[in-house]
Design a protein around this ligand. Structure first.
Ligand code: FMN
Length: 193
């Protein structure tokens, strides 16, 4: 079977390193046989998560749209900036809104449940964003996804990509490729049971 994988960069910054990583990851996943959808959270603006707002107006349309998109996938690849050693608010806010979805119409609906998730990070800093991934991993396990062990981090991100968007460093490219391989393997294994 061909796994469906959604790639989400956790930054809307123009020139985002994590958007570049998401583009490289998408090419690699497609090269390895996955059916890839890459989105930008620019297209899904959300208010700050707020239970009063949820109780008054329900789940925002964009959160529900994201939830439906996520639920239609076998796997999700998150490319995560690191803010103060942790998860950036744009990403956390999106994850939180989607986690608050309980129903779609009259059907129970938990979009994160059972999805396989791979993590990547890119930063121009020395630690390549790896410290933030511990936090993202913990959050994603809490919302019911299965986060794979393999992950990839791109340091010195301002100079890490060539003009075609490929990772220049061989070891980093191999780490990214093996993270994609493992995500596809997990998705494929689950579907063949
Ligand atoms: C509030 C804030 C905190 C940050 N903290 C870190 C950090 O702890 N580690 C790090 O490597 N970079 C940190 N950065 C720099 C980000 O890595 C940098 O802005 C990066 O470009 C964000 O990813 P993007 O290029 O995908 O937008 C921080 C940036 C902001 C705005």
């Amino acid at each position: 079977m061909i796994p469906n994988i959604l790639v989400i960069p956790g930054s809307n910054r123009s020139g985002s390193f994590n958007a570049s990583l998401a583009a490289a990851v998408s090419v690699e996943l497609a090269h390895q046989g996955a059916d890839v959808t890459r989105i930008s959270l620019v297209d899904y603006p959300l208010p700050l998560v707020d239970e009063d707002l949820k109780n008054q107006s329900g789940i925002p349309d964009n959160a529900l749209k994201l939830g439906r998109l996520i639920a239609a996938q076998d796997g999700v690849f998150l490319c995560c900036p690191e803010y103060n050693s942790s998860i950036p608010p744009l990403l956390k806010n999106m994850i939180d809104w989607v986690s608050l979805i309980a129903r779609d119409g009259d059907k129970p609906f938990k979009p994160w449940k059972g999805r396989f998730v791979a993590l990547g990070s890119a930063s121009n800093g020395r630690f390549a964003g790896i410290r933030g991934l511990y936090h993202v991993r913990s959050v994603m396990m809490n919302v019911g996804t299965q986060v794979i062990s393999e992950q990839c981090s791109v340091g010195g991100a301002a100079n890490a990509f060539d003009a075609d968007g490929r990772l220049k460093d061989e070891r980093t490219a191999a780490m990214m490729a093996s993270t994609c391989t493992s995500l596809i393997a997990h998705c494929t294994m689950m579907n063949s049971r």
